[in-house]
Design a protein. Sequence first.
Length: 353
Amino acid sequence: MRNSKKILVLFTIMVMIINLLLNSNKVVANTKLTATEGRPVRASVLLRTLEDPYTALLKQSFEEIQKNNQGNIEFTFYDCKNDQSLQNRNVNSILNAENADIILLNLVDPTGVRTIVDRVKEKNIPLGLFNIEPLNMEPVKSYGKAYFVGTNPAEAGILQGELLTNLWNKDKSIIDKNGDNIMQYVMLMGPRNNLEAIGRTKYSVLSINDAGIKTEEIALRVCNWEENLAKDAMDALFLSNANKIEVIISNNDAMAIGAIEALQKYGYNSGDKNRTIPIVGVDGIPKAIQLINQGIMTGSVPQDAASMAEATYLIGMNLVNGRPPLDGTSYKFDDTGVAVRIPYKGYISNDNI
């Protein structure tokens, strides 16, 4: 009888141990499952404004990612219409509804990131910023699930400078119409508080100067990335500086196109090489490439929208699924520890398109 009781106790203990082991294995297995097992990751993408051609390219790139990853990701897009208060309201609505696994943010105002980071942090979901760099990266660094994907602000400017330097060295008469050995230029700038605009403005001219070419700024106009503002600015400038302007350097293609539209009103940049003012931009949007191909625009520095969207997506998916942000990728964070920089791949011009 005693032996039977001992056997029963031992059997009971063995069953308990087996159950504990099985349950332990279940816990381990569950940690390997994705955070949204059985449904796509829901990503809310808040875009600065869809009136901006490059932002529209980013949206198309995200849509292509969803198309190629059916069942893994589902993007919902919000057009913030260049209004930071609207963007803030959209973020609050998304967080209150609790229907997003991650927020991907194309900032309207580079100074407005802290409020958004703090709100997202409360919900403990990842926050991926892209394209428009926060003026202060500290709020992003303060949240372990936040990151930024963009470019090096100086790089596009340097490439614009190289493009104009090569044009000058190839045939200086194309630019130096008055023969004074000085490149007289108009600068069309994005927002003054935007790091990309600051970097492109500074380093485009510095690159030309470093090549031994003297420059003179005829005018600088802040046009906030917008084609219509650049058109109006160039229209007014041309009336008083028509014979002085030798080059137009634009922080993006949209403003360059606006300047072209203004010049065409006065019979310039319509295909006649003798009545063409060299104009360079950044982004490589389709309309700019077409104008370059036609000899109406001089060149552009393409910004790779597809690569930017892909990096934003891959890092975000890692964070949603509890993995290290750069796991399984070739990306590296810069010295901020939270920013990935997508390199430019050179420039396109009338000579190499």
